[in-house]
Design a protein around this ligand. Structure first.
Ligand code: AMP
Ligand code: GLY
Length: 426
């Protein structure tokens, strides 16, 4: 099979790495890709927002499957447009991608199909939003409705913060994404990421992970896209997984089919495991980044076979096997991230790092004058397997410490919660 992978981050490098191991694969193309992806795929420069250009490329290269990595093209309807050209696509339709593209859509779906989530209100004007917040009190959570590159959520511990967040949304700080706002009850508990591979009717559990969203050690500082992750998530016991499937995922699959938008692709549930059970924080309609990196390290089966089954509506007959080992990834970011990262600094020592037994996935790298340089905020994902999270952590940091990149930084405590649990023997 010829496969085209769309995207350029560490998530896509992990997908490319796993796809390239498939005996079914003839040629792998990636667009835009990055230098790491370029080691296992042929890179093409396509404008992802020009769906007919992507379709023309697929016809020219006889692409049998397009795998869409990021959310923006899905929300823009790339899967529908390519399918209209007769091209097979792994990824949800535009209607199904509303699960990520509109927080209000997802909250209404939860309400309609009785899916446990935080209580909420939807608002399209500042004064009624403020009145609701004043009545409900803090802590409270303010969310821009649309895609805001991970920046549209404010967990407000005080009323002042909540009011300021509402003003920012309606002032246009998040562009069109903030024209509508969801105000949510503040949930407490432990967060986990839960993935399902879906074919429109069947959802196959597809791994669990926990990430670290804050930039600093000890989970402090501004939010990022994720500074590291590990899999599996210890809170997702078999019982918790079973409950999540029954109370959240299956009603979502039925609900989406019911409204004429069956979900096929990767459903990524951000969960809060509360005292009363799992509650939905949000859905994403793609793999997490960097969660995908740890999932791909643990997946024992052929990813391409599984993605084909999802596209063909055949998941009811499939299972996915996972390594018993834990996987952990540490993100190396360029100085300045999550603000404006410094670009262009030279990175050395990746072969030495890989010789420690880690996989180094590229996220924001480029080649400049023959040298590998930083070209984004999150730049590298140093990823390792181990018998325990502590082992995987040790291996990942041993590899990372051999990377020669003075302008990069990372958190030193990725996996701390799981490592503490392991120490305590719970
Ligand atoms: P999101 O961009 O929706 O993933 O939200 C970013 C982060 O905000 C989540 O990972 C949670 O830590 C936090 N968050 C979102 N919604 C809530 C909520 N209702 N209660 C508590 N924390 C939340
Ligand atoms: N790491 C969180 C995300 O991909 O949304």
């Amino acid at each position: 099979m010829n496969v085209l992978l769309l995207g350029s981050g560490g998530r896509e490098h992990a997908l490319a790495w796993k796809l390239s191991a498939s005996p079914l694969l003839t040629r792998l193309y990636a667009s835009p890709g990055n230098p790491g992806i370029g080691r296992v795929a042929e890179l093409a420069k396509l404008d992802m927002s020009d769906h007919s250009a992507v379709a023309a490329f697929c016809q020219q290269k006889k692409i049998d499957l397009v795998v869409v990595g990021p959310e923006a093209p899905l929300v823009a309807g790339i899967a529908d447009d390519l399918r209209a050209w007769g091209i097979r696509v792994f990824g949800p339709s535009k209607a199904a991608a509303r699960l990520e593209g509109s927080k209000g859509f997802t909250k209404d779906l939860c309400a309609k199909f009785n899916i446990p989530t935080a209580a909420y209100g939807r608002f399209s004007d500042l004064s009624s939003a403020k009145a609701y917040v004043a009545k409900t009190g803090a802590p409270i959570v303010i969310k821009a409705d649309g895609l805001a590159a991970g920046k549209g959520v404010t967990v407000a511990m005080t009323l002042d913060e909540a009011m300021a967040a509402l003003e920012a949304c309606f002032d246009g700080s998040f562009g069109a994404a903030g024209a509508e706002v969801v105000v949510e009850e503040y949930l407490t508990g432990e967060e986990a990421s839960f993935f399902c591979l879906c074919d429109g009717a069947t959802a196959l559990p597809f791994g669990t992970a926990q990430d670290h969203k804050r930039v600093g050690d000890g989970d402090v500082g501004p939010n990022t896209g994720g500074m590291g992750a590990y899999s599996p998530a210890p809170v997702m016991t078999p019982q918790m997984t079973e409950r999540t499937m029954r109370e959240l995922i299956e009603p979502t699959m039925r609900g989406m089919a019911d409204i004429g938008a069956p979900f096929a692709g990767i459903l990524f549930a951000g969960l809060m495991i509360t005292d009363s059970g799992p509650k939905l924080i949000e859905y994403n309609t793609r793999f997490g980044d960097p969660e995908c990196q740890v999932l791909m390290m643990r997946l024992k089966d052929d990813l391409l076979v599984l993605l084909n089954a999802a596209v063909d509506g055949q998941l009811a007959h499939m299972s996915a096997r996972w390594s018993e080992e834990a996987a952990l990834t540490v993100v190396m970011a360029a100085r300045g991230y999550p603000g404006t990262p410094e670009k262009g600094s030279v990175i050395r020592g990746l072969d030495e790092a890989a010789s420690e037994g880690a996989e180094i996935f590229h996220a924001g790298t480029a080649i400049n004058g023959g040298a590998l340089v930083a070209n984004g905020g999150r730049v590298l994902n140093v990823t390792a397997l181990g018998a325990t999270v502590a082992d995987a952590q040790k291996k990942a940091y041993a590899a990372l410490d051999r990377i020669d990149w003075p302008q990069g930084f990372c958190r030193r405590d990725i996996g701390w919660r799981a490592v503490e649990r392991e120490k305590a023997g719970v």
